[in-house]
Write a protein that binds this ligand. Structure first.
Ligand SMILES: [Zn+2]
Ligand SMILES: [Zn+2]
Length: 343
């Protein structure tokens, strides 16, 4: 299905107005030319702050809740950097540095999808956003009916994958038979399922459930003193890596899976693919996904700008989008399995 002519005009207008906005901003701020160095510095600073916070927690200078909240916020910046790296916005011609940065943004977000594997699915997401075979978004529950179970599996890719696997498998085969997914896509889906959460995601998520189970057993009156040593070894991993990333992933996956439409949009119609999503009650979540709901729709029109420029110009860019037909704060779509045509 081709994009309708009215939307084509709207998309063209948005892209050209956003390009002018970015050009003007770059012309007025010469520092933006140092893109590689800026990306590297943000990564080093975020990682250094995470390590410092962890050290302060180890020596009992900061409380556990503060450590978790701060690390969750810092890792949200690393996620934006990873996304920029997937679009090759830093060290494009310096492969070693590029992969060092890919590793650097992954290490403290270890329960997320391996970024080298995510790269293919994210580009696929841009090509086919909103379609039932947009694997990246279907992977984080976009298009599912709203339920407590959907909320429960949102932060946890392993649990979500296991519980939703039979349905996703059926859907993928339907899309393959329609010709929307190629043999190569199927091969990559299998690879993603098998190794996408390795080397860190699967072991850490299993440890997380072991941690909960052991605490539950103790709480139910089965003291397991022989396991105390194990628990004291697992505890720092949970506080410093798993829990902050579960919070961050809940926020990101909630915002992302509700700001992208799914299932009934025109193929390639960016106006219908996304919305500006920042209702007041989503603000606590926006802090843990670096205001993804406010800026990701802009990215779908102009992909090759780094996340911090999107933040600095977001007010004007949002106006451009909204004035040209992109929806804003359409929370009703949550009740209608993220369909665009829901009223
Ligand atoms: Zn992107
Ligand atoms: Zn997107």
């Amino acid at each position: 299905m081709a994009v309708n002519p009215h939307a084509q005009e709207q998309i063209k207008t948005i892209i050209s107005e956003l390009r002018i906005l970015y050009e003007r901003y770059r012309a007025a701020h010469a520092w933006t030319n140092q893109q590689d160095i800026i990306g590297l510095c943000i990564m080093l600073l975020s990682n250094a702050l995470i390590i410092t916070t962890a050290w302060l927690w180890f020596i009992n200078l900061v409380p556990t809740w503060f450590t978790i909240v701060l690390i969750a916020f810092l890792t949200s910046m690393l996620h934006e950097l990873e996304h920029d790296l997937i679009h090759e916005l830093y060290f494009k011609r310096h492969k070693v540095m590029y992969h060092v940065m890919m590793l650097g943004v992954y290490l403290f977000r270890p329960i997320s999808l391996n970024p080298w594997i995510r790269k293919y699915w994210h580009h696929f997401h841009h090509q086919h956003s909103g379609m039932p075979f947009d694997i990246e978004e279907r992977g984080i529950t976009n298009g599912d009916r709203f339920s407590i179970l959907r909320l429960l599996v949102l932060p946890d890719l392993l649990l979500s994958g296991i519980i939703r696997m039979p349905r996703l498998r059926k859907e993928i085969l339907i899309e393959y038979n329609k010709g929307n997914l190629s043999k190569n896509d199927l091969r990559l889906i299998i690879r993603t399922v098998l190794v996408g959460l390795l080397p860190f995601g699967v072991p850490l998520t299993i440890l997380w459930y072991a941690f909960i189970l052991l605490h539950l057993l103790q709480w139910m009156g089965y003291p397991l003193p022989q396991l105390d040593a194990l628990l004291s070894w697992i505890y720092p991993l949970m506080v410093l890596l798993v829990v902050p990333n579960l919070i961050r992933q809940f926020a990101l996956h909630f915002v992302s899976s509700n700001m992208h439409y799914n299932g009934d949009v025109e193929h390639g119609n960016v106006i219908q693919q996304v919305q500006v999503f920042m209702p007041w009650w989503s603000y606590p979540m926006q802090w843990f996904c670096f205001f993804f709901g406010a800026t990701h729709a802009i990215h779908h029109f102009v992909v090759n700008e780094p996340f911090y420029l999107r933040q600095f110009t977001r007010k004007k860019a949002q106006e451009v989008l909204i004035n040209n037909g992109v929806r804003v704060n359409d929370v009703r779509n949550i009740r209608f399995a993220n369909r665009y045509h829901h009223s």
